[in-house]
Design a protein around this ligand. Structure first.
Ligand code: ADP
Length: 379
């Protein structure tokens, strides 16, 4: 459950809410069964231990009584010995029980609070599906203002933007500028306060969540893998993909040879395998590629990744951008420079738009951001 919640954006974007709920419930049932078994064992253990303690007491009493009858021990000394022994036993037992009880209580309360904060149910599954319209239509933001809570400061304010249905659009801007909010709006994790988003000439709310999210490949920044095997991860968004599609996606992210070398291949359990940060990113990319997405949302990892991963990210962007729209939250200079269109966001507003060369000449903030990325790249 923790794994699913950490990757909650991937779960929702993959329309896997029902699958995840089912998995969690079946594991919870199994856990309940095991708990009952554990309690049964515990009761047996306590009974045996209680019997042992009783037996030991009897032995001490027997031995003590014999020593008293032989005048080797006074009755009062025997009674005092027994009382001290009993008095020590109880507080030590209570202390260990209380400490372990307290620890598991605190941990459980924290998890429950985390679960409370997320909404895992699909929001509108029975809305009728709309089919794709033909033609080279675009994805547009029309005067979009969005807030995370009523009355809160807007995370995006009056944003109007056209994203071509082919090519690579990079979003740059300081932290808190609203980049992630744009992705959340596209995936409908969040609805705009005013204005609208339109995909293929149909406003976003008229798409069913299922159809909308099916068309979008989404790669989260930090926690892109879900618990399970490599195959389960690759099939996560499109469960009906065939094995050749999986290998093709792995080839595209330069992981094919690495996976073929693993003893269990696609059935390797990821938590047990030694997988680097870069490889995790590439697996997440491969998952988005399995279905040939029309729109790829890529939140680029900020961590320093290896050269192979960086090259793989580039190839994937170029490949998807030939036939679809790639939208990146770019954290690497090389990603920004290659983009067909760069959008500079600042404080929830679009500050400038253009190519790398145009923006270098016209926008101060862009120049600063590029300088910062250049330094980060050199480190
Ligand atoms: P960026 O991705 O550019 O760093 P974000 O889109 O995450 O920026 O954030 C834009 C603004 O929205 C920020 O002021 C941020 O504090 C706020 N914000 C982002 N996510 C949430 C959230 N889940 N709840 C409340 N406010 C949020």
């Amino acid at each position: 459950m923790e794994g699913a919640l950490r990757a909650i954006r991937t779960v929702k974007a993959s329309r896997a809410e029902a699958r995840e709920s089912e998995r969690v419930i079946s594991e919870a049932t199994e856990s309940a069964r095991q708990s009952v078994r554990a309690i049964r064992y515990e009761s047996v253990a306590w009974t045996v231990a209680g019997f042992g303690i009783g037996l030991a007491t009897l032995l001490i009493l027997g031995l003590g009584a014999w020593r008293v009858s032989e005048n080797l021990l006074t009755v009062s000394a025997l009674v005092a010995f027994l009382l001290y022994a009993f008095q020590l036993m109880e507080p030590v037992g209570t202390l260990t029980q209380t400490v372990s009880g307290l620890q598991s209580g605190v941990a459980a309360a924290m998890r429950i609070r985390e679960v409370d904060a997320f909404e895992i149910e699909p929001s509108d599954t029975d809305r009728p599906s709309r089919t794709t319209t033909e033609g080279r239509s675009t994805l547009t933001f029309e005067n979009v203002t969005a807030r995370y809570a009523p009355g809160a400061a807007p995370a995006l304010q009056d944003v109007s933007l056209t994203i071509p249905r082919e090519g690579h659009t990079a979003i740059v801007g300081p932290s808190g500028a609203g980049k992630t909010t744009m992705f959340s709006l596209l995936l409908r994790f969040l609805n705009p306060d005013s204005g609208r988003l339109v995909l293929d000439e149909i406003p976003l709310p008229e798409w069913s969540l299922e159809d909308l999210r099916r068309r979008i490949g989404y790669v989260e920044q930090d926690t892109p893998l879900v618990p399970g095997t490599l195959r389960e991860n690759l099939l996560y968004t499109h469960a009906d993909a065939g094995e050749p599609a999986l290998w093709e996606a792995l080839r595209a992210v330069r992981l094919e040879d690495r996976v073929r070398e693993l003893p269990d291949g696609l059935d390797t359990v990821l938590s047990t395998a030694a997988i680097s940060g870069g490889e995790r990113q590439r697996i997440a990319l491969a998952r988005a590629l399995v279905s040939d997405p029309e729109i790829l949302l890529l939140d680029e990892a900020t961590a320093q990744l290896d050269g192979l991963t960086e090259a793989a990210v580039h190839e994937v962007i170029a490949r998807v951008a030939r036939t679809g729209a790639v939208l990146t939250i770019a954290h690497r200079l090389s990603t920004v420079i290659d983009a067909d269109q760069i959008v500079v966001l600042e404080s929830g507003q679009v500050r400038a738009r253009g190519t790398h060369q145009e923006l270098l000449q016209t926008d101060d903030l862009y120049r600063d951001l590029v300088a910062a990325l250049r330094i980060a790249t050199q480190v």
